[in-house]
Design a protein around this ligand. Structure first.
Ligand SMILES: [Zn+2]
Length: 290
């Protein structure tokens, strides 16, 4: 099953729902950044959350989700586009911590305490930024807290990544349910009860459940009208040309220094792990074009 995202409204517009299957893109992120299991889960949950939070973006809007905790994995940064493209990285991909329980990765311990920041760049002069203190570092609870505190939307958030014994990503997905102002107590209680009974999202995805079925299970069979279904994928906008521009922006002196000291320039893209190498001759050409 390819990765995709669905968006819908339910119970006569008493709630909004977003759900996504992200197994392939989280596996791609794992491969690109060589993340170990707990880092794969932390980055995978954040990539999924970025896509779900960005599901309402339009045109060239961008949403950046940053989790800045004091735990061993360091910062996690994810950027999602309206087109369903997402990219992201985790500062320390090689982290290994003891699991609190069999089959559960200690994401909260790996992330630690700190803050979550959401920046929405919608082409206006000032991008919107909201932040909240991390609730647990488990990402899902932190995003729910952000939606409540910063956007005043009571929400349920479930995110999950399942990693195989050989460290590959076997399943990944997530769901966000946002209660709208006219939501009744009954609907709220029904959804809370259904979510409590629901198995972890990662295990539902690993059983081959579709995003639509996960939504149905999460809302306990309440009527949902799906408004959109769209593919999502890992994609970084970096290119040789862009990296060349960044090098050029360093200026003549700095590039000459690199030429003298290293004879070539190696630039790693943080977001996708791609390595760009420029030979001494290419660097000289960049200087000539300045
Ligand atoms: Zn890149």
């Amino acid at each position: 099953m390819s990765d995709y995202l669905v968006r819908g409204v339910g119970a006569n517009k008493q709630f909004r729902v977003f759900a996504a299957i992200t197994t392939a893109l989280v596996e791609e992120a794992r491969r690109r950044h060589d993340t170990w299991p707990v880092a794969s889960a932390a980055l995978g949950r954040t990539l999924t959350a970025g896509l779900l939070l960005g599901a309402n973006l339009k045109g060239t809007d961008l949403l950046t989700l940053r989790i800045l905790g004091d735990g061993p994995v360091g910062a996690i940064v994810v950027t999602a586009k309206a087109s369903g493209e997402v990219k992201g990285y985790i500062q320390e991909p090689h982290v290994d911590l003891p699991s609190p329980a069999a089959g559960k990765l200690p994401v909260g311990d790996a992330v630690g305490q700190g803050f979550l920041y959401v920046t929405k760049d919608m082409g206006l002069k000032e991008p919107f930024t909201g932040n909240v203190e991390l609730a647990s570092g488990e990402i899902g609870e932190d995003v729910a807290r952000y939606l409540l505190m910063s956007e005043q939307t009571p929400s349920a958030v479930a995110l999950g990544v399942l990693v195989s014994p050989d460290c590959r990503v076997m399943a990944s997905g997530g769901i966000i349910i946002q209660m709208l102002p006219n939501a009744s107590e009954d609907v709220l209680a029904h959804i809370e009860e259904s979510l409590e009974k629901m198995a972890p999202v990662s295990s539902l995805v690993s059983r081959g459940m579709t995003a639509e079925k996960i939504v149905a299970s999460a809302v306990g069979g309440l009527e949902v009208r799906f408004l959109e279904k769209a593919p999502v994928r890992f994609k970084c906008g970096c290119s040789r040309e862009r990296i060349k521009d960044i090098l050029a922006a360093l200026g003549r002196e700095e590039i000459e220094k690199i030429c003298r000291e290293q004879e070539k320039a190696e630039v790693h893209c943080h977001f996708c792990g791609e390595l760009y190498t420029f030979t001494g001759l290419e660097l000289e050409n960049i200087i000539k074009q300045l």
